[in-house]
Design a protein around this ligand. Structure first.
Ligand SMILES: N[C@@H](CCC(=O)N[C@@H](CS)C(=O)NCC(=O)O)C(=O)O
Length: 223
């Protein structure tokens, strides 16, 4: 089963699809990548994720697995090499706890900073700084969330390391400074410096242009 063809339905600018590519790359799994048009969803996407109709979706052995965190755990359980989740049950539970925190909090708050102006943006910014401060504490004294090497939580949070500077640049706001967030700033560099992490990052100019247009759309839909 583990040797059967692996296909990822993704979208090049999706931080959540990138999570899956990172995990597959870290495990050394060959996969086929299909870039989906999220404005004109394919029958393939609707068939493989009929409930949420979203990417990422992993196809393996005739089965479809949706939801990025679920996919990450599936990958970790299917291919045992380079384990992502810690072995200790308590540590595993905590990695899942923090992954849920990132998806329930930062995944909503950072787009709130990006897609708003004025008071709404200010409120999201305050919340984002508070949540990033919580992650900062988790990292203190460690190189990676996973300790000395990249683990589950690094892959879950990885999008923040790459996307946050674009958010700051495009909005003109400063959220994570090297003085106020030393551990997080050092982790951004360490994570993005991992060869298989770096290799999969979307081209910066293309991403900046995409995000700039996306922000304009978000702002005009709100006005
Ligand atoms: N909780 C889901 C969220 C997936 C998600 O929001 N995917 C976005 C791309 S990053 C998407 O497919 N958006 C299209 C839509 O909402 O219609 C996960 O972790 O996989």
């Amino acid at each position: 089963m583990a040797r059967e063809e692996v296909t990822l339905l993704g979208m090049w600018a999706s931080p959540l699809a990138l999570r899956i590519e990172w995990a597959l790359k870290c495990k050394g799994i060959c996969y086929k990548y299909i870039d989906e048009d999220l404005l004109n969803k394919s029958q393939r996407l609707l068939t493989h994720n009929p409930i949420h109709k979203k990417i990422p979706v992993l196809l393996h052995g005739g089965k479809s697995i949706p939801e990025s965190l679920v996919i990450l755990e599936y990958i970790d359980e299917t291919w045992k090499q380079n384990p992502l989740l810690p072995e200790d049950p308590y540590e595993r539970a905590m990695a899942r706890f923090w992954a849920k925190f990132v998806d329930e909090k930062c995944w909503t708050t950072l787009p709130g900073v990006f897609g708003n102006e004025g008071d709404e943006q200010e409120k999201s910014k305050e919340k984002a700084i508070e949540e990033l401060g919580i992650l900062e504490k988790q990292l203190e004294g460690k190189k990676f969330f996973g300790g000395e090497s990249v683990g589950f939580l690094d892959i879950v949070c990885g999008w923040i390391a790459y996307w946050l500077p674009f958010i700051e640049d495009i909005t003109g706001l400063n959220l994570v400074g090297e003085t106020s967030f030393p551990a997080l700033s050092a982790w951004f560099k360490a994570y993005l410096g991992v060869p298989w992490v770096k290799e999969l990052l979307p081209p910066p100019d293309k991403l900046r242009a995409h995000l700039t247009t996306f922000r304009q759309k978000l702002l005009s839909s709100r006005s």
